[in-house]
Design a protein around this ligand. Structure first.
Ligand SMILES: [Zn+2]
Length: 195
């Protein structure tokens, strides 16, 4: 069910109004069960204002006038396997596994991760960091409980190349610490287990 009234509120013509409406929606105790979102050009209603939903971050960025594109969210095993096999076909397994997580190990399969790109710049490579959208996301994602999961220069620790499009939900508190201290999740977990 698409809630047109909520969509209208989130897409109000006036920027201040959009932000007020978003704040009001976030402040309401009960969020609507599903808000439509475009994924791969199809309307999905699987994202709701649940604690780990990227919907709030997406609409906050949109309220700032940024062209957000939620390019990938939850994936089942078959979808992850398809993407993985396709990369093996292109690059061989050694390289493929640093680009796409092998099926069964992707954060997308947990429903806690999403890929966010610019609607007008959907290329998933490191140049995405130059978009205004990424600049905003990397400064504000933690407010919505998300982190840049595979940051620049941390590939040796994460095992995955720099992915300025891939965000992972860890909760606001952990996300704030991770982003403010320029950590990757592995470094944070090591500190957490020490402390
Ligand atoms: Zn991803």
């Amino acid at each position: 069910m698409i809630d047109i009234e909520i969509l209208n509120r989130l897409n109000a013509p006036n920027r201040a109004e959009r932000l007020d409406n978003l704040k009001a929606l976030l402040g309401e105790a009960k969020f609507p069960p599903a808000v439509p979102e475009y994924i791969n050009n199809h309307i999905h209603t699987t994202y709701s204002f649940s604690p780990y939903s990227p919907t709030a971050a997406v609409y906050a960025a949109r309220a700032e006038g940024l062209s957000v594109y939620l390019s990938s969210g939850y994936r089942d095993y078959a979808t992850q396997n398809y993407l993985y096999q396709r990369k093996i076909g292109q690059y061989g397994e050694e390289v493929a596994k640093t680009i796409v997580a092998p099926p069964g190990t992707s954060e997308h399969q947990t429903g806690l991760a999403c890929d966010i790109t610019d609607r007008y710049y959907e290329f998933k490579d490191s140049s995405l960091e130059n978009t205004e959208l990424y600049q905003w996301m990397s400064q504000h994602c933690q407010e919505y409980g998300f982190i840049v999961r595979f940051p620049n220069g941390k590939g040796d620790i994460t095992g995955i190349i720099y992915e300025p499009w891939h965000f992972r939900y860890v909760g606001v508190e952990a996300a704030t610490y991770i982003m403010e201290n320029d950590l990757c999740l592995e470094e944070f977990l090591a500190l957490y287990h020490e402390g």
